[in-house]
Ligand binder design. Structure first.
Ligand SMILES: Nc1ncnc2c1ncn2[C@@H]1O[C@H](COP(=O)(O)OP(=O)(O)O)[C@@H](O)[C@H]1O
Ligand SMILES: [Mg+2]
Length: 237
């Protein structure tokens, strides 16, 4: 379904350095940098217990922030082969992406899609396939990660949620670390605990949990209304 003209703008346009959102994402990256060296933490999985908690939003904003403000070379791989939406966030075509690379139809280099941020590229999910898990657990995926690792500072993989399918656990063991996104007011405690348990049992390096405070849940903290003015219009020193 085609979204209306307003919605088709890429997420990049909404992200200002001085916004409270931007500040939060810089904080997340600073924390990661504090605890891990660049070599230890190159491949990063973004997941959550269930659907719609903000995985794709988190993966996109984190990638934009790291590329734009730290000048790092970043690629986002849309590994949510079941309900992909990275292509929607960046207003790209879904096709010619991960599934084509992993099934050997296309080479990686023919599938990377540039964005308006110089250091940020995207690999969309590609066409729908019948057995997504099979592609993700293949040797080809392992090989792909090894092949592209030297060429990036950070590789961010958006993926399916932990509870309904195994994809996140499989990917988690192949990547350097995982961030779990929870949606405040939505994620159930027991479900979140189970997801973390599953990741731990699978020996995934769990880096931390990010709480996605949807505007309606914690309006005071994130809303510009609370701060009284928009930081993006402050004079730079
Ligand atoms: N903090 C937020 N504030 C407002 N809307 C959000 C926020 N985080 C996510 N959304 C919206 O919620 C929906 C689900 O988020 P998404 O990142 O696609 O979740 P997931 O990838 O986990 O399924 C999307 O429409 C997204 O734009
Ligand atoms: Mg998603």
């Amino acid at each position: 379904m085609r979204r209306n003209a307003k919605e088709t703008r890429s997420v990049i346009e909404y992200f200002e350095k001085e916004s409270s959102l931007g500040t939060e994402f810089r904080r997340i990256y600073s924390n990661l940098k504090y605890y891990y060296s660049a070599q230890e933490l190159k491949t990063l999985l973004i997941t959550s217990p269930s659907l719609g908690e903000g995985k794709t939003t988190m993966a996109s904003f984190l990638a934009i922030g790291i590329a734009r403000w730290y000048g790092k070379n970043v690629v986002v791989l849309d590994c949510d082969l079941r309900k992909p939406s990275i292509h929607k966030f960046f207003d790209l075509n879904r096709d010619k992406g991960m599934t084509e690379i992993l099934s050997g139809k296309n080479r990686y280099l023919d599938c990377i899609k540039p964005t308006s941020i110089e250091n940020l590229t995207i690999v969309t999910s590609g066409a729908e396939v019948d057995f997504p898990t099979k592609l993700l657990e293949s040797q080809t995926f392992k090989g792909l990660l090894a092949e592209i690792r030297p060429h990036y500072d950070i590789i961010i993989a958006d993926c399916a949620p932990v509870i309904p399918v195994n994809d996140a656990l499989i990917l988690g063991t192949l990547l350097d670390g995982a961030i779990v996104v929870l949606k405040a007011g939505h994620s159930q405690r027991e479900v979140a605990k189970r997801a973390v348990e599953l990741l731990r049992e699978a020996k995934v390096n769990l880096l931390g949990v990010v709480v996605n405070n949807m505007e309606d849940t914690f309006p005071y903290y994130y809303s510009y209304k609370y701060y009284g003015y928009d930081y993006s219009h402050q004079k730079k020193r």
